[in-house]
Design a protein. Sequence first.
Length: 280
Amino acid sequence: MYEDILQLVAIAAQKRNLKETTIHSYSQSLKHFFNSTNKHWKELTISDADDFLTGKRLAGVMPETYNRYYGSLRFMYKRVLKLNWDEDEIPRMKRDRSLPTVLSRAEVNTILDVTTNLKYKAIFAVMYSGGLRVSEATHLHYDDISRSNHSIHIRNTKNRMDRYTILADRTLDILTEYWFKCGKPRNILFPSQVTGEYLDISAVNQVLRRSAERAGIPKHVTSHAFRHSFASHLLEAGCDIKYIQALLGHLDPKSTEIYLHVSNKTLLGIKSPFDIQEDS
């Protein structure tokens, strides 16, 4: 019913040199939209998009989720359907500029302990070990993990620049257990059990929410909390913010400065916070 329009969207995105992760995100978001509207794409109007986004807003979705749907619909309507998209009539949702949610090391460990699915446990460990975005974690390949260098190679990032970050010993142990027990994947490291392709980000967030609830953590926990916690814990351990900026892949130092609410000292050697022991 909508595979042809998804193909047209993918072609239009490729012509504009959009990243593979962006195209995949568009596809997943638009599938939700079409399943909700139950209309053929040739019959769509701007009101259909407006009604869908209004429903998401009223359902209380986070700004990041809302704006992911928004960007996908806006691209399809403007670039493929060639319909006028008035951003004053259909605005983006403003993001909360408050400090990010930061988990304690104990909370991170508890979330991992209660996550029984090895694949998602490994994803959570990777995100905290190296400060990865959820899209970066789900798009890892087997060859991106270096056991000898204890590093993770992150390709095709948000800023279109490859980078390397830390692979903690504890994360390597979890990855090894996952790999041997879950099919020894040689291409995509965390493939979808259904499609064999990249995991849907929403699935990762759903599992994380359930794990946080089982762990009894009252905070609003999203996948980005692991990235925030990685940066904050490194700062608390005395790592220079310039190193953290490089590990996070921030081009603008201001993006990293939000973590300066904790102490900042110089560190001679960088360790993942996953390998830093709590004081007894």
